[in-house]
Design a protein around this ligand. Sequence first.
Ligand SMILES: [Zn+2]
Length: 79
Amino acid sequence: MNNEYSEFQEVTEQSEQLDFNRTKPCPHCQNPIPADAVSCYYCGRSLSPGKKWVVWAFAAIAGIFLVRFIIGLTGLLRR
Ligand SMILES: [Zn+2]
């Protein structure tokens, strides 16, 4: 079990480029895609759901700044 994990690590570290000889099934549509692909070529869905929260966090922070900017503008106009 531990051995398998270390082998998997070696494989992922060595594959800098897209290697179509080493594929994995897409979790969404089950089509074969490169093992290090970030999105599926067939259904176009992202394969890194763990990074989705980063996008949402960035959107939330941007939204907060935008709201603060608008509040600041309206505050300046009222003065
Ligand atoms: Zn897919």
